[in-house]
Design a protein around this ligand. Structure first.
Ligand code: TYD
Length: 208
């Protein structure tokens, strides 16, 4: 199970600016001559992109357990076929969302139980933990207001009530508090450049 590469995940509520920081981190890593795999969940593989479409845009009702299992199915395939091989080649994997998203959104947001969802997610990936998880923390009201487009264009998760997003935010903060070594928590309202700098400093320290 010991992989040689470095596995970095980005987490945060909708509208927290993950994509911007992910791009900045990847170009900085490439300037350091690192080989980087940039990927995301849900998605990241052909099967994953199909599952992403289902779980985010399906018009019909999806039960909470079914939703959690679709994310887990996506994750199992993604980690086994794409992420582990890259880590074994010694690459740096930068991933938009991982199992902490499931714990926060399905475990706590959908009230399926954080422990149970964590167990299912880690079973799906044979226990692969990130070396670093960057949490971009934002008040959900502010985050959702930062999303482009009107509320009618939101995906299934984004369209949830504010109260759901508030639960997700608290869940993330609790996860980070429980594993302070793995998490870097940043205030997502800080200037983009400042956030990028703090992320680079932390990543530099783990790259050695
Ligand atoms: P994301 O790719 O961040 O959305 P966007 O590209 O629109 O910014 O994530 C898609 C949604 O899926 C997001 O609302 C969070 C949700 N999600 C879960 O609920 N559970 C999970 O395990 C994952 C990976 C994502």
């Amino acid at each position: 199970m010991t992989a040689r590469g470095v596995f970095i995940t980005l987490e945060g509520g909708d509208g927290s600016g993950k994509s911007t920081q992910l791009e900045a981190l990847v170009s900085w890593l490439e300037q350091q001559a690192r080989t980087v795999l940039t990927t995301r969940e849900p998605g990241g593989t052909e099967l994953g992109e199909e599952l992403r479409e289902i779980v985010l845009h399906s018009r019909g009702y999806i039960t909470a357990k079914s939703e959690a299992l679709i994310y887990a199915a996506d994750r199992a395939h993604h980690i086994a076929t794409k992420v582990r091989p890259a880590l074994e080649r010694g690459e740096v994997v930068v991933q938009d969302r991982y199992f902490d998203s499931s714990v926060a959104y399905q475990g706590v947001g959908r009230e399926l139980g954080a422990e149970e969802v964590r167990r299912i997610s880690l079973w799906a990936v044979d226990g692969l933990l990130p070396d670093l998880t960057i949490l971009l923390d934002i008040d959900p009201e502010e985050g959702l207001a930062r999303l482009p487009g009107s509320r009618t264009r939101f995906d299934r998760l984004e369209a949830e009530q504010l109260e759901f997003h508030a639960r997700v935010r608290n869940a993330y903060l609790e996860l980070a508090a429980a594993e302070p070594e793995r998490f870097l928590v940043l205030d997502a309202t800080l200037p983009v450049e400042e956030l990028a700098k703090r992320i680079q400093e932390r990543v530099a320290s783990i790259l050695g």
